[in-house]
Design a protein around this ligand. Structure first.
Ligand SMILES: [Zn+2]
Length: 397
């Protein structure tokens, strides 16, 4: 919600008026000098939207404000020039509405454009949420990183490396939305308040690493050639892509990292582009993987979690290169999710493997849910509750 600064207004006053943490106001208005607010400046109030209300007999500003647990000055602020004493029946005024319901609905088919629309909406309500394009997919879709918090420790999450594991994006986006709601409304999640985290951590989220693949699974083949012909050919002429894990070129993005990539190359069955498991003809050939690699190299992440489905397992080791604390963290995750913590698996060239190998810091692969990919949306609630525990643990550890 945007307001126009009046004489005497300060961020501190706005934070009192709307019961919003002051640093969220400051971070939502990074273009504004918070110490010296200029009259007439437009300022964003996070966590609020404006609605319109037609005055009916009996309405008073005091009553309207009270019904929204606000004071009259909050209404005066969003209706510049309005005079409280001369309210007319039939007159339309604006009312600040606290946002208490989520934008994101995790229990629906979630294509890349649905996610992008939700991100736009979230950004307009919560301008302290930062978005950065870290690259483009093969088909030119923006790969977005979402950033939140102002702490020193950077924690990274990503989802939908694998196309038919797209429910991981639903989970991550719902977690983000619930986090934003909890913080702007000062309500706890499972007894935890978000405020301390905001100062300890920066959360980096790439909710959909493989948008071309996700859209292929959900929408069928793209119009663009040569990709249309190619994916149909790779898929043996079938138009059902629900088993597809790779990107649009038939490369498995989680087999592309330079952590013993050669072993995977040697032993993996597909020697040419395939719906799954083909590691490419060299490491780091695909733009989606390059974007994640660059982001990781430039970000100094303390910990990363890559979300996949399925199996209810947390993988936490790689070749014994993981730091000693990784085990304790994995056990904590295991406790809150009910998932099994597994140190070694006979697999290389994944994002988590590469992260552990390069930085010797904690890196995890979560296999959410149980069943056959793509997991049905009927599993969403259960998976969400399991992941929420891990989300809170990753912020506070
Ligand atoms: Zn996967």
């Amino acid at each position: 919600m945007k307001v126009t600064v009046r004489p005497g207004d300060t961020f501190w006053y706005y934070s009192q008026l709307f019961a919003i943490p002051i640093h969220l106001l400051i971070d939502s208005n990074s273009h504004v000098n918070s110490q010296n607010l200029q009259i007439g400046t437009t300022v964003d109030i996070p966590g609020f939207i404006l609605s319109e209300h037609k005055i009916v007999p009996g309405d008073t500003l005091w009553k309207l404000a009270k019904s929204r647990t606000l004071v009259v000055d909050a209404l005066l602020l969003v209706n510049p020039g309005m005079i409280a004493e001369s309210l007319q029946v039939g007159q339309t005024i604006r009312l600040p509405e606290r946002v208490i319901k989520p934008i994101v609905n995790g229990k629906r088919v979630y294509k890349s454009e649905d996610m992008m629309k939700d991100i736009e909406k979230l950004k307009s309500i919560y301008p302290f949420l930062r978005t950065t394009s870290i690259g483009q997919s093969v088909l030119g879709k923006d790969l977005l990183e979402l950033g939140i918090g102002r702490g020193a420790k950077r924690v990274h999450w990503n989802g939908s490396f694998h196309a038919n594991e797209w429910i991981t994006t639903n989970v991550i986006m719902t977690l983000l939305n619930d986090f934003l709601l909890a913080y702007t409304n000062s309500t706890p999640i499972r007894g935890f308040y978000i405020e301390p985290f905001y100062f300890q951590t920066i959360l980096s989220i790439v909710p959909m690493v493989n948008p071309d693949g996700v859209d292929l699974v959900l929408n069928g083949p793209p119009q663009q050639e040569p990709y249309r012909q190619e994916v149909i050919k790779i898929n043996n002429g079938k138009f059902d892509f629900k088993d597809w894990k790779a990107n649009i070129r038939g490369v498995d993005l989680n087999n592309q990292f330079p952590a013993n990539w050669e072993i995977e190359k040697e032993r993996k069955e597909p020697k040419t582009p395939a719906p799954r498991d083909y590691p490419g003809n060299a490491p780091l050939t695909e733009p989606e993987v390059i974007a994640i690699e660059k982001l990781t190299r430039s970000s100094n992440f303390a910990c990363v979690i890559a979300f996949h489905t399925q199996g209810e397992v947390i993988f936490w080791g790689y070749e014994g290169l993981e730091p000693p604390e990784a085990k304790a963290i994995a056990n904590e995750f295991s406790k809150v999710t009910g998932y099994r913590a597994v140190r070694f698996v006979d697999s290389h060239a994944g994002y988590k493997d590469w992260f552990i190998q390069e930085w010797r810091r904690p890196g995890f692969t979560f296999e959410l849910g149980k069943g056959v990919n793509p997991l049905p949306l009927s599993q969403f609630d259960e998976i969400y509750q399991e992941t929420l525990g891990a989300f809170l643990a990753s912020l506070y550890m």
